[in-house]
Design a protein around this ligand. Structure first.
Ligand SMILES: Nc1ncnc2c1ncn2[C@@H]1O[C@H](COP(=O)(O)OP(=O)(O)O)[C@@H](O)[C@H]1O
Ligand SMILES: [Mg+2]
Length: 354
């Protein structure tokens, strides 16, 4: 039992029943360390989350894909999470892997099935929000792009064919709640990215209305930097910057209202946009996923405290508990932390899309 900061204790593995590996029950919990010292059969603390790993059905623990290896298409680039292949001059194949980046460093272990969750959740939002702005999805079947069944199987559920667009040089961040770097900025300046806010707001408080706070897109290993709206206009032109701001706020507002009905607060999110040869604006990359947003369970939300999170917060908290300086290479993840994180991604997907 390694003591850690509040939020996540080093997971312990407690074996129940006949002790066979398939029947092991992994417990992870936020809160009191003494909970972990209980023996099999003892009442389990209410704060524990229990993931039962009973004999598996194929859907239970999806196979992990850390890195794709398609040979029938030329690899264009590997991002932190996505492998991108060229199809032709105007289309690309985006494969979302199970890699996870935390503190802008790619972790050495996959989160099994995460790429499929991100793909499914993004596709869900692309369809739902199409009336606000067109998205990069191309109407080309995967079988046409990857005729080899083995290659298709390798990336099933995590590959999309997209229009190759010119990515704009900003991350379009919308904040509905005061948290993270927004909270830090507010404490120092009373504003977030130069947008003045009422005095006396508390940590995690909902803002009077969502605000648009763009940042630069940093290279791998670098950190994004917040910029003002004026700086974003200098980077891409005032007209495009205005279109991006308007679309981002509308996308966030509609998605946040929908998610709230499903018990999820989308505290903030990051969009990416691209333009085609005619200068038409498209939503690209991923949209409103647990990777690109802060998802909070609505029933545990309380102003003044940092809410528990659906997303990779569990992994971040685990990493914070280590003596790691947050530069590459990142430490290995215990299997139970990866599995717990994977389950949280699946839960967010289920809540939003079922
Ligand atoms: N339709 C598109 N056209 C051009 N670039 C895109 C498109 N969709 C996504 N991208 C870019 O592909 C990359 C996605 O890979 P990812 O692993 O998420 O990268 P990153 O490490 O930059 O987050 C991002 O740089 C994103 O801007
Ligand atoms: Mg990305």
């Amino acid at each position: 039992m390694t003591p850690t900061k509040p939020g996540l204790r080093r997971a312990s593995c407690v074996s129940y029943g006949n002790g066979e590996a398939d029947e092991a029950v992994f417990v992870l919990f936020a809160g009191r360390p003494k909970s972990a010292q209980g023996k099999a059969g003892q009442a389990i603390d209410a704060k524990m989350a229990v993931i039962s790993r009973q004999p598996r059905m194929p859907m239970d623990t999806p196979a992990a894909l850390y890195q794709s290896s398609l040979t029938s298409l030329p690899l264009r680039v590997r991002g932190k999470v996505r492998d991108i292949y060229d199809i032709d001059g105007s289309h690309m194949l985006i494969v979302t892997s199970d890699r996870l980046s935390a503190f802008d460093v790619i972790l050495p272990d996959p989160i099994p099935g995460k790429g499929k969750v991100l793909t499914n959740v993004s596709n869900f939002w692309f369809a739902k929000l199409r009336h606000i702005i067109p998205n990069h999805l191309a109407d080309i079947p995967l079988a046409q792009v990857l005729p080899d069944p083995d290659e298709r199987a390798q990336v099933a559920g995590r590959a999309i064919v997209v229009k190759k667009l010119k990515a704009l040089p900003v991350e379009a961040i919308v904040r509905g709640y005061l948290i993270g770097s927004g909270w830090k900025d507010y404490q120092k300046t009373g504003a977030v990215s130069g947008i003045a806010l009422p005095v006396g707001l508390q940590l995690a408080q909902q803002l009077p209305e969502p605000i648009y706070t763009p940042s630069t897109k940093a290279a791998i290993g670098e950190h994004d930097a917040n910029i003002s709206f004026g700086q974003s206009a200098a980077l891409m032109g005032a007209d495009l910057a205005e279109q991006v701001r308007t679309a981002s706020i509308r996308l966030y507002a509609e998605a946040a209202a929908y998610a709230l009905e499903r018990g999820i607060i989308i505290a903030d999110t990051k969009f990416e946009f691209g333009t085609d040869a005619q200068g038409v604006l498209y939503l690209i990359d991923e949209a409103l996923t647990p990777d690109s947003s802060r998802f909070w369970p609505a029933d545990q939300y309380q102003v003044g405290i940092s809410p528990p999170s659906f997303d990779k917060q569990y992994v971040r908290d685990y990493l914070e508990s280590l003596d790691w300086d947050k530069t590459a290479p990142a430490p290995a993840l215990p299997a139970e932390v990866a599995e717990f994180c994977a389950a949280k991604y699946r839960e967010a997907e289920w809540r939003l899309t079922q």
